[in-house]
Design a binder for this molecule. Structure first.
Ligand code: PLP
Length: 413
């Protein structure tokens, strides 16, 4: 057998099962185990794995070819659906193949529109493998490491600015660098710290950026099609200039979408003095478009109260259980977007969370115990409720989480 090493983060670790199939809320391992997928495909499978409508759409389309590189009806059908579901100002679309690419396109558009170079992003945020936003590595190499990951050139620092999240000092920094900043990119709800009480901060950010001529980019790659079909910008009264979408939109196939307002489009695509690069071999391909349209047709008639109530049930049951059993954990989140923090204390942002949480070894024991109990707990810690779940699934999950939380505190467990 030939020898090789796989370097995709999270793949190929010995302690992880090998998954051969997914259906609904579950993944199945090569040794026949059924495992509850608490992360639902990093949040992409809001309908559940292998949803019949998505499978049928992909099977139909692939038989007719998956890539044409010419205009095709599938992509226009998808655009029509997007125009119905997304907040109306977000009516210009650029397709790509991942969330990372969507955020790269968004920063390029913002720089071209604003005629400025520098970009600000928030500590605790995640915008994918996008160099301009990797000043914070998302804690992947351990909390508190402040150097750039290797392979990212130092000059990136000159064009990026890291802001503290959910912290007034962010506005001082934005004001101090106001003349250089093209845009501030932010997840309206951070995966590292999903919370419902962030609207005021987001509104203040919008107001400060407007005042200084800085564009606001919402990274809705998790929140899009999740907080509401049109994401946080529909759930809340917010008016970002540019928005990025992905994950759920692809129905399990790779996709990225960058949208912007008429005003941004006029300052970029509509300005005859500017040349804006878009495109790519697989961008706007009919196969992904068909899968996306199948997802959106399901979501257009979906009752989001179902997944929101399940999320609330998850958080309430866990917080009650943690308190009753005196366990130093808490469940936080908004709607169907959840996280279990390894501390009972409240925190404002990821920096505070990192200082409070139990050690990494305990967190790893927690995930290992859950695996033994039949739950795949995502390493990024973000837990989603989806349309493939019923109350009984969430109640069962809560019981397993409480058992693992108690178990992982016993040293050597
Ligand atoms: C908020 C956010 N933005 C961007 C990305 C990057 O998306 P992708 O992994 O598809 O490149 C992610 C991925 O988890 C994300 O959560």
């Amino acid at each position: 057998m030939s020898s090789y090493q796989l370097h995709n983060a999270g793949y190929g670790t010995d302690s992880q099962p090998v998954i051969v199939r997914g259906e609904g809320a579950y993944l199945y391992s090569d040794n026949g185990r059924r495992l509850f997928d608490a992360g639902l495909g990093a949040g992409s499978q809001i309908l559940g794995h292998a949803h019949p409508a998505v499978v049928a759409a992909v099977q139909r389309q692939i038989a007719d070819g998956s890539i044409y590189l010419y205009n095709n009806p599938q992509i226009h059908d998808l655009c029509q659906r997007l125009a119905t579901l997304l907040p109306a100002p977000q009516c210009h679309y650029v397709f790509s193949n991942s969330g990372t690419e969507a955020t790269l396109r968004a920063l390029r558009l913002a720089r071209a529109a604003a005629g400025r170079q520098r970009i600000a992003c928030f500590h605790g945020g995640w915008h994918g493998m996008n160099e301009w936003t990797l000043l914070d590595d998302g804690g992947r190499f351990g909390a508190g490491i402040t150097t750039l990951p290797d392979g990212i050139p130092q000059p990136v620092l000159d064009f990026s600015l890291l802001l503290p999240y959910n912290d007034e000092r962010a506005f001082e920094l934005i004001t101090a660098h106001g003349q250089e900043l093209a845009a501030v990119i932010i997840e309206p709800v951070q995966g590292s710290n999903p919370r419902a009480d962030i609207l005021h901060f987001l509104q203040r950010l919008e107001a400060e950026c407007r005042r200084l001529g800085i564009l606001v980019i919402h990274d809705e790659i998790i929140t899009g099609f999740r907080l509401a079909p049109g994401g946080a910008g529909q759930y809340w009264p917010l008016q970002p200039d540019i928005v990025t979408w992905g994950k759920i939109l692809g129905g399990g196939l790779p996709i990225g979408l960058t949208s912007c307002t008429d005003e941004v489009a006029a300052r970029t695509f509509g300005d005859r003095h500017k040349r804006i690069l878009t495109g790519g071999t697989f961008s706007a391909n009919p196969l992904v478009a068909a899968a996306s349209s199948a997802v959106l047709s399901q979501l257009a008639s979906a009752d989001y109260r179902h997944i929101d109530q399940l999320g609330e049930r998850f958080r309430n049951q866990l917080n009650q259980g943690f308190k009753q059993q005196g366990l130093p954990f808490s469940a936080i989140g908004i709607g169907s977007f959840n996280r279990v923090a390894f501390t009972a204390s409240s925190f404002r942002n990821r920096a505070e969370r990192d200082a409070l949480e139990l050690p990494a070894a305990t967190q790893s024991r927690f995930r290992q115990q859950l695996l033994e109990l039949g739950v795949l707990w995502p390493t990024n810690g973000i837990v989603f409720t989806g349309f493939c779940h019923q109350q009984a699934d969430i109640d069962w999950l809560c019981q397993q989480v409480l058992a693992a939380a108690a178990g992982c505190l016993i040293s050597g467990a």
